[in-house]
Design a protein around this ligand. Structure first.
Ligand code: ADP
Length: 613
């Protein structure tokens, strides 16, 4: 006998088994306990509250700060035959009244509500009535890290959510977040009064994401070649640091024939929401964006995230790249960076008006990210180590695992570079320093009399590009620091002394030749594409299935993935179900969708069979 929870999982959601901690969380809530769930993006957090909300009597109340997202989430639930609604400022007064009416009648399984709405005295009073009437199944506090004032998603209203615990002590609460660092976790527990809650902590590994960091040569060409060879028709995000660069990059991509759109906080609200809508509802749109874009984007089939500029920290990198591959299918996190990026990022951090202590912390976080960029070992391991988790072994799919990095004894080169910095007075940028090492005669050289230095021309055994790699790595390793007051000039740190005294060796990575466009061989790329979509993109049946999905989505004004996810569509393609019963066995096809769309998709399969036979 399947349990009641399994039955809902299968009949309503169309899934055969729970993932990871889901079952334990569901059982804990069903029994009335409070929970704190820490799971990475794509881990399946929604199931942790949606299923218990259906299992327990009464309405489940979901508090979410992401107004733009509520509509899609509610739509996805309705497609499953769940009675769902939302309440936020985007709703007209009439519509809101109707939702409240349904809530009072007990005609809702799940209600999404914005925190500011929840906290109004009127709504809290309504909840009390509902508790005494049809009942409250649970409170789910999504994006719980919004209580933390240290994150950039801070929402002051989140701090008042303890009112739920005070006024509704009998209703179980579940808080969820994909932000896992220990200080944030402690803050959530304390601020939401979740001391008694059981904590469910999943691994934060994202095994389907392939991380890759390449040295910047010509960023645009590198991006272009990455897109052409690996994602010619996929949806993805390209992150840039500044609004200006977002605009320029989007325009450039467009000119090159890509379906690219810009997104940043400086665009007017109408343009932002139009672009976001196109990204969500159409296939293969590339969003070029600042970090203003992303939170609350739960498009499952984002196939790549590309960084043209450095993120601010490992946390930022993990969060931004984490928007790729929520559906569990292979996805790429690709970044190109060079010393220039370190300089601009430092400038940005130093120019802010944060207190000095905060700035120091931000510099440390940037340094950790630089260490990650230069690491020669498995990137999945490096990321997890940063977040305090062990990784069982090499991932065998990041750039460093696929093509082990060559290292070389750069002690002597480092000594030359460091002493060149020292002898020129610790105030010059890398271009001039390399000119000195290569012994170039330039107007600057004359002006500062640097051709008389002992380091002038001592570095001719290495090329300009190689020296640039040396300096970049010395900065990343913390032997040199970028002085913003000296306009990006380099300075020695205390750690540089042992190197100059010959007491410490320096091993450097050998940068890939810039001509080599990608670190991953063609064969490897092809096999990866095959593994993901089994040549689907050239298969007429796949295109026909997608066209059917797009048409159904358009009719209802919903994103295509709300009808079926890519993974479900792929399974239909590969298994070719011949009946509704067979179609119903496919993961992601629950009873409501089977009844609604079963015939339409079986029809596509039949047409194909007829035209082939
Ligand atoms: P999160 O909110 O943690 O980022 P979601 O709740 O959006 O993750 O789930 C990620 C994806 O995994 C969704 O496409 C969801 O339908 C799917 N999913 C969740 N639970 C299961 C399960 N038990 N079996 C198969 N797919 C699942």
């Amino acid at each position: 006998m399947p349990s009641a929870a399994h039955k809902i999982l299968h009949d309503t959601f169309g899934y055969a088994t729970f993932r990871g901690e889901q079952q334990a969380v569901v059982e804990h809530l069903a029994a009335g306990g409070d929970a704190l769930v820490l799971m990475p993006t794509g881990g399946g957090k929604s199931m942790c509250y949606q299923l218990p909300a259906l299992l327990r009597p009464g309405t489940g109340i979901v508090i979410s700060p992401l107004i733009a997202l509520m509509q899609d989430q509610v739509e996805a639930l309705r497609q499953l035959g769940v009675k769902a609604a939302y309440l936020n400022s985007s709703l007209a007064a009439d519509a809101a009244r109707e939702v409240l009416e349904r809530l009072r009648r007990g005609d809702l399984d799940i209600l999404y509500v914005a925190p500011e709405r929840l906290l109004t005295s009127g709504f809290l009073a309504t909840l009390e009535q509902v508790q005494d009437g049809p009942g409250l199944a649970l409170f789910a506090i999504d994006e719980a890290h919004c209580v933390s004032q240290w994150g950039h998603d801070f929402r002051p209203e989140y701090r008042e959510l303890t009112v739920l615990h005070e006024r509704f002590p009998a209703v179980p609460r579940i808080a969820l977040t994909a932000t896992a660092d220990a200080p944030t976790r402690r803050e959530i527990v304390e601020r939401l009064a979740l001391e008694q809650a059981r904590q469910f902590v999943a691994s934060f590994d994202r095994p389907n994401i392939r991380y890759r960091v390449t040295q910047k040569a010509n960023a645009r060409n590198q991006l272009q070649s990455f897109l052409e060879t690996e994602h010619p028709a996929d949806a993805g995000i390209v992150y840039c640091l500044s609004r200006k660069k977002v605009e320029e990059t989007a325009a450039w991509l467009k000119e090159k024939g890509w379906d690219a759109l810009p997104y940043h906080a400086g665009l007017d609200a109408a343009t932002r929401s139009k672009n976001q809508r196109r990204f969500l509802r159409e296939e293969g749109v590339i969003m070029v964006a600042t970090v203003a874009f992303g939170m609350g984007i739960d498009k499952p089939n984002v196939r790549f995230v590309a960084h043209l500029d450095l993120p601010k920290s490992m946390e930022g990198y993990y969060q931004e790249t984490g928007r790729a591959g929520r559906d569990g299918l292979p996805a790429d996190a690709w970044m190109t960076f060079g010393l220039g990026d370190v300089v601009s990022m430092r400038r940005l951090l130093d120019s802010g008006d944060a207190p000095e202590e905060r700035k120091r912390l931000e510099r440390q976080k940037l340094d950790a990210l630089l260490g990650f960029c230069e690491t020669t070992t498995c990137r999945h391991q490096a990321i997890l180590r940063y977040f305090g988790e062990e990784h069982p072994g090499n991932c065998s799919q990041c750039d460093n695992c696929l093509e082990p990095v060559d290292t070389w004894d750069g002690t002597q080169a480092a000594q030359m570079a460091l002493s060149c910095v020292y002898r020129t007075g610790q105030r010059f940028g890398v271009v001039h320093l390399i000119d000195v090492l290569l012994g170039k005669s330039t107007p600057q050289m004359e002006k500062f009399q640097h051709h008389q230095l002992s380091t002038f021309g001592i570095g001719q055994a290495l090329s300009q590009a190689q020296w640039s790699g040396v300096f970049r790595q010395l900065v990343a390793a913390g032997l040199l620091t970028v002085e913003m007051e000296a306009y990006g000039g380099l300075r020695l740190t205390d750690d540089a002394r042992p190197v100059l005294r010959g007491e410490r060796e320096v091993w450097l990575r050998r940068d890939a030749e810039p001509v080599k466009k990608s670190n991953i061989s063609k064969a490897e790329r092809a096999s990866r594409a095959r593994e993901a979509f089994a040549g689907a993109n050239e298969n007429p049946l796949w295109l026909a299935l997608k066209a059917k999905r797009t048409a159904l989505a358009k009719e209802q004004g919903v994103p295509p993935y709300v009808i079926f996810h890519d993974s479900t569509l792929l399974e239909i393609l590969n298994r070719r179900p011949a009946s509704l019963t067979e179609l119903g066995e496919i993961s992601g096809v629950g009873q409501a969708k089977l009844a609604k769309y079963g015939d339409a998709f079986l029809g596509v399969l039949e047409d194909e069979a007829n035209s082939a036979g």
